[in-house]
Write a protein that binds this ligand. Structure first.
Ligand SMILES: Nc1ncnc2c1ncn2[C@@H]1O[C@H](COP(=O)(O)OP(=O)(O)OP(=O)(O)O)[C@@H](O)[C@H]1O
Ligand SMILES: [Mg+2]
Length: 215
């Protein structure tokens, strides 16, 4: 059976994950010998996109934090089974905008459920299918939030974006802890650089780690 490669892009709000992936994808597609697919969490397929809408709806302010963590894990499960695993079985390179580390950082540390507890429900959801490589785009929360504020109108802010600065600082610190605990899987990329440089760094890391994928 063919086995593809699974890469996740992680980082705090405004690190540039979505912008970087948008530029990285065509470069990978042009250079790789295999099909390259990008997807995102929470979402990527209709069932998970519906769960995403429930989670991010600012009207759902009464949502319990464990309910939120379970919904993320449920969306992740469906997305993994329905989209990511079939693409990997087909030998594709899958690049996913956020994956399990986001739950550990946001629900585990941001919402203070505890990283271990959130890791447990996610172990149930993903059955040990961690990414082969995680690119962690690192910015301090002030820089990240300032980018988001500049880029959006206030009515577009979702439920997570309106969290306190302390929430976002806990998220960033948790990411650094997860990075320290998973040195073989996660590589830190300095995301304070301009977008073109961050894209270049991500591209070089992938090319260096998987030279056989490229012509
Ligand atoms: N390296 C960068 N330098 C300056 N601005 C950037 C950089 N990367 C992204 N931005 C800008 O910051 C804003 C947020 O970027 P983006 O949506 O890609 O971040 P994100 O990590 O996907 O955030 P979220 O977690 O909210 O999805 C956008 O307006 C984008 O143009
Ligand atoms: Mg994004």
């Amino acid at each position: 059976m063919k086995t593809g490669i699974f890469i996740s892009i992680e980082g705090p709000d405004g690190a540039g994950k979505t912008s970087v992936l948008q530029e990285l994808l065509p470069r990978l597609q042009a250079a790789a010998k295999v099909t390259v697919m990008s997807t995102r969490e929470p979402g990527g397929i209709p069932i998970s996109e519906k769960i995403r809408q429930i989670i991010l709806d600012p009207g759902n302010s009464e949502m319990d934090k464990r309910t939120e963590a379970l919904l993320y894990a449920a969306a992740r499960r469906q997305h993994l089974v329905q989209k990511i695993l079939p693409a990997l079985a087909d030998g594709q390179l899958v690049v996913c905008d956020r994956f399990v580390d986001s739950s550990l950082a946001y629900q585990g540390a941001g919402r203070r459920i505890g990283i271990e507890a959130v890791a447990e429900i996610n172990a149930f959801a993903i059955e040990d299918k961690y990414p082969d490589l995680t690119l962690y785009l690192d910015v301090d929360s002030d820089t990240g939030l300032e980018r988001i504020r500049k880029g959006r109108k206030s009515h577009e802010l979702d439920r997570l974006d309106v969290e306190s600065p302390e929430f976002h600082q806990r998220v960033r610190h948790a990411y650094l802890q997860i990075l320290a605990d998973n040195p073989d899987r996660i590589i830190r990329v300095d995301a304070r650089e301009n977008i073109a440089d961050v894209v270049e760094t991500c591209y070089s890391i992938i090319k260096e780690k998987y030279p056989d994928l490229f012509n």
